[in-house]
Design a binder for this molecule. Sequence first.
Ligand SMILES: C[S@@+](CC[C@H](N)C(=O)[O-])C[C@H]1O[C@@H](n2cnc3c(N)ncnc32)[C@H](O)[C@@H]1O
Length: 257
Amino acid sequence: MTLPDKRRIRAAFARAAAGYDAAAALQREVCARLLAQLDDAPPARILDAGCGTGYGARLLRERWLRAEIVAADFAEAMAATARRSAPAGTACAVADVEALPFADAAFDLCWSSLTVQWCDAAAALREAARVLRADGRLALSTLGAGTFAELRAAFAEVDRHRHTLDFAAADRLADVAQAAGLRDVALARATITLHYPDLRQLLGAVKAIGANALGEGRRRGMMGKAAWQALTAAYERRRTAAGLPASYDVILLTARK
Ligand SMILES: C[S@@+](CC[C@H](N)C(=O)[O-])C[C@H]1O[C@@H](n2cnc3c(N)ncnc32)[C@H](O)[C@@H]1O
C-alpha cells in the first residue's frame, strides 16, 4: 500500500483538531465497540497510541479509574487538545506510533483506535509489542477495504483518481500482529454506515477526521463545476431514506504479548 506523506497527514490532523469531536460519531462508536472487546482486568499503565482529541483516553479513564494513562499523538494540536480535557492521571505526549519514545515493557494495555490506517501498520504493531509487558494486551481498531465504498464508487463515475486512503492493508493485520510477536490475536469486523444530509456535509465529516477525500489540490473549489455536479449526481443515486450513506469497514483486533 502506498501511504501518503507523513508530514501531510500530521498537518491535516492538526487542522482538523478544533472541529474534530463534533464530527467524531464514528470514533465514539468504534471506541465503545473496542472497549467491549476487553475484559475487566485492570491495567496499571495504559498507552493510547494516536489519541486524537483524547476521547479514548477519557473512556479508558471511566473504565479504569486508577490506571496511569499516557495519550500520544504525532499532531501537536491533537495532543494539546487532549491535554486540555485530560482527567487527572493522564499524561499527553507528542509521539509517532511507529517510533514510540517509551521504554520496553512500559505498559499493560496498548490501545489504538482508528490510527494505524494512516501508518506503516507493521512498524506500529512492532512498537506496540515492544512497549507492552509480557502478557500485556493490545486493543486496536482500524478501517478495512470496504470503507467509503459509496464514495469511491461515486468518484469512479467521475474520474480515475483514487480519492481515499487504500484500506486494503487491514486484511493482513492478523498476520502482521503475529509477526510483531503478539499472540491470541482475535479479529472482529463490522460495517458501520453513517448518513449525511448532503455531499458537502459527508465530505466535511470525512475531512474533519483528517482524511481529505478530494485529495491534494483537488478541493471542491478546484474540482470544476461540472465534475462537482457529476459527483453530486452520482452520490445522489445512492441516497436512502436516511440520507447519503458512508460506510466504514471497521476492524477490531485484540491480542496479547
Ligand atoms: C482518526 S483519528 C483517531 C483519534 C482517536 N484515537 C479517536 O478514536 O478518536 C487518528 C489520529 O491518529 C493520529 N496519527 C496518525 N498517524 C500517526 C502516527 N504515525 N503517530 C501518532 N499519531 C498518528 C492523527 O494525528 C489523529 O489524531
